[in-house]
Design a protein around this ligand. Structure first.
Ligand code: ZN
Length: 155
C-alpha cells in the first residue's frame, strides 16, 4: 500500500499482523478519526458500534498520525500540511456558503481539494454540504464512496 515517506518511516519494516489494524483499502477509516483545524487527528470519542477502539488506536499509532507540534519530529511536517489544507478548505467553505452555495462552484472546490490533497480534511470541512461531499467522494479515486453509510468493513 502506498504511504508518504513519513508514515512509511514511522511504520518501519517490522512484520505486522494485518488484523491488528484498520486499513484504508479494506476498512472505512473515515469512521475512526476526527480531523481538527490545526492539523491534529484524534480517534473519534464516539466510535460506531462496529469499530474496535484498540484497533483504531493501534492504527493511529502505527504511522504516528496523531503527532503534531512538539510531538512531531522537525522532519515530520504532515500536521502542518494538514493544517494548511484545513485552512484553505475552511476559507473556500465560508465563501461557498456566503455566496449561497452555487452549484457551479463545486467543480472549483473539488479542483482545489485534489490539488491540495487531504481528502479527509476536505470531507470534514464540507461535511454539512451534501452536494460537495458527493463530489469529493467521486473526485478522489479509491476513497470509500459509502463512508457515511456503511460500517467499518467495506463488504
Ligand atoms: Zn502519510
Amino acid at each position: 500500500m502506498l504511504a508518504c515517506v513519513t508514515c512509511n518511516s514511522i511504520k518501519g519494516s517490522a512484520a505486522l499482523t494485518l488484523a491488528h489494524y484498520y486499513w484504508p483499502d479494506e476498512h472505512n477509516t473515515f469512521l475512526l478519526f476526527d480531523f481538527h483545524p490545526l492539523g491534529v487527528i484524534t480517534v473519534k470519542p464516539h466510535l460506531s458500534g462496529t469499530v474496535n477502539r484498540s484497533i483504531a488506536n493501534a492504527t493511529m499509532a502505527l504511522t504516528g498520525l496523531d503527532r503534531f507540534g512538539s510531538t512531531a519530529s522537525a522532519a515530520d511536517r504532515r500536521w502542518v500540511k494538514r493544517a494548511e489544507a484545513y485552512s484553505k478548505a475552511q476559507t473556500i467553505f465560508d465563501y461557498y456558503v456566503s455566496k449561497g452555495r452555487p452549484s457551479d462552484a463545486i467543480i472549483l472546490i473539488t479542483n482545489q481539494a485534489t490539488s491540495s490533497g487531504f481528502w479527509s480534511v476536505w470531507m470534514k470541512v464540507f461535511e454539512t454540504e451534501h452536494a460537495v461531499v458527493a463530489a469529493l467522494k467521486s473526485t478522489f479515486l479509491n476513497t470509500y464512496l459509502e463512508c457515511d453509510s456503511k460500517g467499518i468493513n467495506r463488504v
